[in-house]
Design a protein around this ligand. Sequence first.
Ligand SMILES: [Zn+2]
Length: 198
Amino acid sequence: MNGKVHGSAGICLSGYLLVQYPPDSFVVATASIVGGAFFALLCDIDHRRSSLSLQPGMNILSKFISVLFKHRGFTHSLFAVALIFFYLRYSHFKPIIIWTWVGTFLSHIILDMFNEEGVQLFWPLPYRIALLPNLLSVSSQPYSIIQNILFIVFQTLGTIFCLHALFTLCLQVGELKFLGDIWYHFIVPYLTLILGGI
Ligand SMILES: [Zn+2]
C-alpha cells in the first residue's frame, strides 16, 4: 500500500477510537489523530523513498534503519509493535493515545499483508506473511484502483469520525458549545441515516 492509504487508514482508525472512547481534551484528541497518522506511516521508515522518509529530519533515520533492516522486515513485525507498546506504556501516555498510536502502527502491517510481498510478521524469523495469493494481491503502485478506492473510503470515514470526536468535545466548552449543538442537530441525524449510526 502507498503512504496515502496508510495515512488515511491511520486517521480513520484514530477517529473511530476517539468516537468509541471520547477523549477528555482537545490536546489528547489532536495528539491521537496527528500521532495516529504518523505511526501509520512509521513502519515504512525502512524504505528510503517512503512518504515519511522523504521528510526533513526523517531521511537520516530512514537511511540508518534501511541499512540495518530489509524493507517490510523488523519495522513490520509484531516485535516492533510490542516495543512501541511497552515504550508508550512505561512512558505513562494516556491509554487512548497508546491504543490509537499502537493500533495505527499495527494497521499499516495488516494492510501490507494484502500486498504480494507480504511482511516479516514474526521477525527475526525469515518467513513473510501475505494474506492473498499473488493474482489477487493489492499493488503498491499509484495506478492501483483498489488503493484509490481504499483511500477515498478511509479519508471520508476518517473525516467524519474525527469531526464527530472534536465537535463532541466542543459540547464541554462554553464558548464552543454552539458548534457541538449544530453538529448534533443538523449533521448527525443525516450521518446516522447514511452510516447506520456512529
Ligand atoms: Zn509498509
